[in-house]
Design a protein around this ligand. Structure first.
Ligand code: IPT
Length: 484
């Protein structure tokens, strides 16, 4: 009798096994919030540095003394900005509503240092309004930069940090209340060291109350409230690795501080992915003398690969000129970047391969899920088995010079070491130096290398903290637009 019961329970247990194998892996460690998932999905965001500096001679950090009268764009058209972004496939944008000079692009009730006293539209204009309206018309997500550092306010003999805290809070309230949905706000750390974490806490509450979905870019003293972090330089080069997880960023040692921002930390105690801010021109604000120094399509592709392709989001600055328009060279290069990216990733050369893998969780998570181009499917290994080898065999030799891999970020950073190799006979494997012993994957990792011809490609997941969960893996041929 006892034996029969035992037998029956074994049968029942066994019949459950395939179900268990078909269950998704449980998340490992820290995972992204809904706001961070939405932010990752944008991949690129446009930055618009526009303000009173635009109307001065080669100024990027105004002293707060320039006369409001000089603000006078002759043909401001935010719809033209959005047309540039549409052609560049950029789904979100952030405007400098107030940069460090303190000049406000909207008619704030709390200062006279604004468009209210500009020559433009006889003081009746509101650039923030035109910006958010254009974003809405073109289906883009609007974001607002309200510079914490304010040189104009500092000029007042009555200035105190406490007064400024209230002044800024009122302005933040105006922007978070009166301009519709705000998808991101940007707390620049430049010049803002006197503004303490308790001050940011006060401001943070306003953002969270008025705009629950608003992503906060935070740095230095605002870091405790950050959804996304600064990535440590303004050259477009996120680290390799670039973990979404980081340790606290106390500035004990400068080199460690920048490295921490740039690379994150695999064992970090907070999930705060890196945002890559860089200008399409040498400066943040427009200067006609830089019309011939707009980053080339090839340079933009380099930046794309070390930002979007380094588990980061690219915040690319397009400074409007004195007319209030984006210069045609900037628009053209951004559109060509999109065209090249689309061409490059249009065809995953592994899509038609025969695939064999070790460590397959079950049919629902088979390795072919990495090349099916579907949003929801992915390859996963068995619980506790962190390694996997996946071999792709093509009917013919293919030539490729680029690879792209994506983890299922909802399940946390899992893989910590991976390599890609190729072969013609499945026995002798040749490594690709640029793709050997890589570390982070995250949302998207891109590697470029000299062209390779092969019939077989092997993805080796060599180490990790939990079984692999890989959404996409592909090899590609870079668009001719990116040949330098
Ligand atoms: C730098 C700030 O120190 C940093 O906190 C962040 O705000 C960053 O700017 C944004 O680019 S200062 C800059 C002159 C490197």
């Amino acid at each position: 009798m006892k034996v029969k019961v035992l037998f029956a329970s074994v049968i029942i247990a066994l019949s459950f096994l395939p179900c268990i194998a078909q269950q998704a892996p449980v998340p490992y460690g820290l995972t992204p919030s809904g706001r961070q998932l939405e932010w990752y999905d944008r991949e690129m965001i446009a930055f618009f540095h526009f303000g009173i500096n635009t109307f001065e001679e080669y100024v990027n950090e105004g002293d707060g003394k320039a006369s409001t009268a000089i603000f006078n764009p002759t043909a401001l058209d935010c719809r033209q900005w959005m047309q540039t972004l549409k052609a560049a496939g950029i789904p979100a944008a952030i405007l400098t509503a107030k940069h460090a000079d303190g000049f406000c692009l909207w008619p704030s009730k709390y200062t006279d240092y604004s468009v209210k006293n500009a020559t433009w539209k006889n003081g009746k204009g509101d650039v923030v309004r035109e910006f958010v309206d254009a974003c809405e018309e073109y289906g883009l997500k609007a974001g607002i930069y309200l510079g914490p550092h304010d040189r104009h306010e500092h000029l007042s003999p009555l200035y105190t940090t406490e007064r400024y805290k209230e002044y800024y809070a009122h302005q933040l309230d105006e922007l978070m209340s009166d301009y519709g949905k705000v998808w991101e706000t940007w707390w620049d750390g430049a010049g803002a060291d006197e503004l303490t974490t308790p001050i940011y806490r006060h401001w943070y509450k306003i953002v969270r109350e008025k705009q629950p979905d608003c992503v906060i870019f935070g740095t230095k003293n605002s870091y405790p409230f950050a959804d996304v972090r600064w990535m440590g330089n303004e050259a477009g080069e996120a680290g390799d690795p670039c973990w979404a997880t980081t340790d606290s960023i106390a500035i004990r040692d400068e080199a460690q501080y920048y490295k921490g921002l740039n690379e994150g930390s695999v064992e970090g105690n907070a999930y705060i992915p890196a945002e890559t801010d860089v200008s399409i021109r040498p400066s943040w604000f427009y200067h006609a003398e830089e019309d011939s120094r707009v980053k080339s399509v090839h340079e933009l592709w380099d930046i794309y690969c070390t930002s979007v392709g380094h588990n980061s989001v690219l915040l690319l600055n397009f400074p409007p000129d004195r007319r209030g328009l984006i210069h045609p060279t900037d628009s053209l290069h951004a559109a060509l970047l999109k065209q090249g990216v689309d061409e490059t990733f249009k065809t995953n050369l592994l899509a038609k391969a025969k695939i064999k893998a070790t460590n397959v969780r079950g049919a629902k998570f088979g390795p072919e899920r990495m090349v099916d181009g579907e949003k929801e499917t992915y390859f996963a290994g068995k619980d506790k088995e962190v390694k996997a080898d996946i071999v792709f065999t093509l009917p013919e030799k293919i030539e490729f010079d680029c690879l792209m891999i994506q983890e299922v970020i909802e399940l946390g950073h899992r893989t910590t070491k991976w390599s890609v190799e190729y072969s013609d006979d499945g026995r002798n494997w040749i490594s690709i130096p640029e793709a050997t012993d890589k570390q982070a994957i995250g949302h998207k990792w891109i590697v470029r290398f000299a062209p390779v011809k092969a019939k077989q490609v092997r993805l080796r997941i060599l180490d990790g903290k939990a079984c692999p969960a890989i959404h996409t893996f592909g090899v590609y041929k870079q668009s001719p637009l990116f040949q330098s």
